[in-house]
Design a protein around this ligand. Structure first.
Ligand SMILES: C[S@@+](CC[C@H](N)C(=O)[O-])C[C@H]1O[C@@H](n2cnc3c(N)ncnc32)[C@H](O)[C@@H]1O
Length: 225
């Protein structure tokens, strides 16, 4: 009698439907759990939904000049470099600045061939990296120049050049004239200025030289302040 009363509720119509509903829910839950474990999501969908790995932030200053350079990058031929430094009579007591130092050839030659301290001022970070590479191979050949050469990523119009004794230029005529009016008044008396290719308008040079390479003549101008 007790047993019959115990299972009587099973005969109840509502209870049977409740049990069926709960069982169905349990089955659905078990199937979802299995599917999640097996992970049947197609691989492409997984890739599409994954966020891309973060790319390291690149500072544009590392790659681009802070502003447009005042002159394009061109190289002074090696023979002209030597002639410029000879004309200035560069010696170990000199501090040579190359304004717009490009690949660093004038700076390296001033230290390697004439024993001077030399500093390259260059606005283009890629050329600073290039001159660092050139410096490394020059230092491998002549280790003592390690402490004599330096390259600074800077606008030469904003550089303190008061300790310069020699300044070299290979720029453009209008930039030379700006240097004449903005930089020359701040330089020490006796500073030697050399310019490859372009003069300083009405400001006459103390000496000029011509270097002939093949069928081209290369002009060099020297001023002593
Ligand atoms: C014609 S190249 C001369 C390179 C090197 N001095 C030589 O003679 O082989 C001129 C260089 O000046 C740099 N330059 C131009 N304007 C500049 C500025 N305001 N400050 C620093 N460098 C500058 C350019 O990036 C370029 O490398």
């Amino acid at each position: 009698m007790t047993v019959r009363r115990k299972w009587k509720w099973l005969n109840n119509f509502k209870s049977r439907w409740s049990i069926a509903a709960i069982t169905a829910l349990l089955i659905v839950a078990v199937i979802f759990s299995i599917l999640r474990l097996v992970d049947i999501t197609p691989k492409a969908a997984v890739l599409e939904n994954k966020p891309l790995p973060a790319i390291a932030q690149v500072d544009p200053k590392e790659f681009e000049p802070e502003r447009t350079p005042d002159a394009p990058y061109l190289q002074t031929p090696e023979r002209v470099v030597l002639k410029m430094l000879e004309m200035a009579g560069v010696r170990p007591t000199d501090i040579v600045y190359d304004l717009g130092s490009g690949d660093g050839r004038i700076v390296i030659a001033a230290a390697q061939m004439f024993g001077a301290k030399a500093i390259g001022i260059e606005i283009d970070p890629e050329l600073i990296r290039e001159s660092d590479r050139e410096s490394k191979s020059a230092i491998a050949q002549t280790p003592k120049i390690r402490d004599q050469i330096r390259f600074v990523k800077q606008d030469f119009f904003k550089t303190d050049l008061r300790n310069a004794t020699v300044i070299t230029l290979y720029l453009l005529p209008e930039v030379n004239l700006r240097i004449l009016s903005e930089i020359f008044p701040k330089l020490k008396s006796g500073t030697r200025i050399l310019s490859y290719a372009y003069d300083l308008g009405d400001f006459l040079p103390n000496q000029t030289e011509k270097v002939t390479i093949g069928d081209r003549e290369h002009m060099i101008y020297l001023w002593i302040l």
